[in-house]
Design a protein around this ligand. Sequence first.
Ligand code: AMO
Length: 430
Amino acid sequence: MKRILVDELVEGMDSLVLLRGWIHKIKSFGKFAFVFLRDKTGVVQLVMEEEEILSQLKLEMSVEVKGVPVKNEKAPGGIEIQVKEIEIIGKTYYDLLPFSINEKKVKATLETELDYRYISLRRPDRRAVFKVQEEIVAAFKQYFKGEGFHEIHTPKIIASGTEGGSEMFTVNYFDRRAFLAQSPQFYKQMMAGAGFESVFEVGHAYRAELHNTWRHLNEYVSLDIETAFIKDENDLMELETGFLKDLIQHLKETCGKELEMYGITLPEIKEIPKIPLAEAQRILLEEYDKKSPAGNIDAEGEILFSQYIQEEYKSDFVFLTKYPASKRPVYTMPDQQCEGATRSFDLIYKGLEITTGGQRIHDYEMLRDNMIRFQLNPEDFGFYLDSFRYGMPPHGGFAIGLERLTMKLLELENIRAATLLPRDMNRMIP
Ligand code: AMO
């Protein structure tokens, strides 16, 4: 007999079906009971009369059930199962569940939930986060494939850093020192130039940042793109806007139930405002008396500026443009029309940076000179710099932090809630 899933149950089946899942809830009335069976698609009410097996059932056991679906308007989903046979196929070995799976409230801290990730994910609302995340990745791949991009997979064990600064994990690579990739930056540029022209990658990125905050992870998933023969950074912002519009539509079509669980109504995206960083800093100072660090805005500034954009432009998103060269990595293309600025941008979504991107320097000599200006030794960038000797076209790209995007879409308060198994300064398990 073929197993059917809870969401495949429909009225009028009236014949024996086979279900498998976990015991979600038991409501006993002495001689009979309503037992709720949960699988990955939903919960269904079982009607059971046999006292002996009832006394053996415990929450979260896994069971196999044969029964007849019948209409019952009072049952969740309008259908209940008259049980003919039930077998325990996965026993439990616990005294007390660490928190509730079947109540609205979890009654545990996020840290406890993460300690028991393998159980917290049994909660439909927690699994919903990862359904949405799965669909974000699906939409990303689908959109960029549709735009003629090619999927690549680049190494995560690398010989030198890409993003500047010292936020790198070191690993022993036989008798040498290596690093975990902070991003696929150099490789995606290389591949755009190598003939793929347009590439995307979904992969892990590692940051040894000493920030243990609601928005930082030490390992995150980066949605990267890079594309050749662009005119300037505006092409990239248009691409990202196109993707986000498509994503909203895709999530509406595939994640209705999940969005509803979190009370989320996704807005249509029209145009995303583009504001130069210096202008944003001025607005923050004038409107909110908020000072910004040189060449950037901080976490509080991002929140306040998003409020401003929401009020003035009715947009959840804003591109901050023209970041100063001194604050951007060595590969960033200077903006000849704006002294000291680069052709780079960040995208802020509901008060949080979710993307950095920009046009890159594609000229070999210009890149080498910029390395010297940044007090870097061009020889340390051997293979990367060398790849620019052979007709590297104008190119650029961006990267979206998957967990940050998921978190903001679902209005979660902590990035860890949008991470399957987070790695932060205190957490390496499970
Ligand atoms: P950047 O370093 O800004 O740019 O990273 C891009 C995006 O990745 C996400 N992100 C993080 N998410 C969680 N925890 C972290 N510690 C963390 N660090 C970064 C953010 C951020 O916007 N190579 C460039 C991208 C490019 O220009 O193509 C880069 O990595 O959402």
